[in-house]
Design a protein around this ligand. Structure first.
Ligand SMILES: Nc1ncnc2c1ncn2[C@@H]1O[C@H](COP(=O)(O)OP(=O)(O)OP(=O)(O)O)[C@@H](O)[C@H]1O
Length: 326
């Protein structure tokens, strides 16, 4: 099956005074029609930069310096401005962690939707207004006809994220990229927003790329999961396999630091150490300094050669300890 969105060997770097930050360093990802792909990893692992790169939204001093991004077989990296505008609104859209920051503060929420619709579709103002109201309704904005004229500052955080979802789905994109869509919201609202995303994407047949550090959200929503560490995908597989039989020691560590209902918080095992700084990247396996498996098996190769991404029965994994890797 041809993937709808296919990222291969993506390299996105930032030129800083301290040197080149290889924020994304050889990432491969595939998103199939209608599926939910979760991208997980600790802070700084390159999730957001990967997501922004997919839409060529990385700002200076960031730059995509290598690899390929294909949407429906078309080369995104060689698209001109007009093609990119069409790609962003129409085919792939994105929502972010801070919805209020992304909404225009001086244009009513209804007009933000109608303008988008009129820019991309050949429809009358009346049709655009009706569509906007029905979209606001479908994302659960109460009294949508009245709220059409509201401004971003008049909305709660949860409502602002609902409006962002309405805007992102207004043109019925085939892929929605959601970057930590619930992190800034109250816990009670988080579950509602996740449920809303799931329902709407399923209804529209939109594929969802969910960027998160929350494995609970991934367990609930994702079909496939890519685990990122220090700018690379270290494991990619279907959600059942990830939770029942994680292969990479980093994934195993993440799972054992996940709270389980009924388990006391102090019994959680966090992964010792921190994600390496881009300026101080381990020379071979980037996880080696924190890896319990490497230490218990006394594996020298992990500090000598970078492991390649190895195909497994259900996906891929980047680890010397996996059978067949050496
Ligand atoms: N504008 C920038 N200039 C320099 N480095 C940057 C810039 N933006 C991101 N980076 C670096 O790129 C790396 C990946 O960042 P990214 O935001 O993608 O991580 P993340 O996994 O999404 O983390 P978080 O969950 O905290 O958002 C980090 O080391 C970060 O410091």
């Amino acid at each position: 099956m041809t993937a709808l969105l296919e990222i291969e060997n993506l390299q996105t770097h930032f030129k800083t005074e301290g040197g080149v930050v290889r924020a994304v360093d050889g990432v491969d990802l595939k998103v199939n029609e209608g599926e939910v792909l979760g991208i997980v990893g600790e802070s700084g692992s390159g999730k957001t930069v990967t997501a922004l790169s997919a839409l060529r939204l990385v700002d200076e001093p960031g730059k995509i310096v290598g690899g390929s991004i294909r949407y429906d077989g078309r080369d995104v990296l060689s698209m001109n401005k007009k093609e990119l505008t069409q790609l962003r609104g129409d085919r792939i859209s994105m929502i972010f962690q801070q919805p209020r920051v992304c909404l225009n503060p001086v244009i009513s929420i209804g007009r933000q939707i109608t303008e988008l619709l009129k820019q991309h579709r050949d429809i009358s103002s009346k049709e655009a207004r009706n569509t906007a109201i029905s979209l606001l309704n479908s994302v659960g904005i109460p009294d949508a006809e009245k709220r059409f004229s509201a401004y971003a500052h008049e909305l709660s955080g949860g409502q602002a994220q609902r409006v962002m979802i309405a805007i992102a789905l207004a043109l019925k994109p085939r892929v929605l990229i959601a970057d930590e869509p619930t992190t800034a919201l109250d816990v009670t609202i988080q579950a509602q927003i996740i449920e809303l995303l799931r329902e709407l994407c399923r209804e529209m047949g939109t594929a969802l790329v969910l960027v998160t550090h929350d494995l609970g959200v991934v367990a609930e929503l994702a079909d496939r999961v890519a685990v990122m560490y220090a700018g690379q995908v270290v494991e990619e597989t279907d959600v059942e396999t990830l939770f029942s039989n994680p292969q990479h020691p980093y994934t195993q560590g993440l799972l054992s630091s996940m709270p389980v209902l009924g388990q006391r918080a102090e019994r959680l095992t966090a992964i010792p150490g921190t994600v390496p700084k881009p300026s101080d990247m381990p020379p071979a396996c980037r996880f080696a300094p924190r890896c319990k498996t490497r230490i218990s098996l006394g594996m020298d190769i992990c500090n000598q050669e970078p492991p390649q991404l190895l195909r497994t029965a259900k996906g891929s994994v980047r680890c010397w300890a996996i059978e067949g890797a050496s």
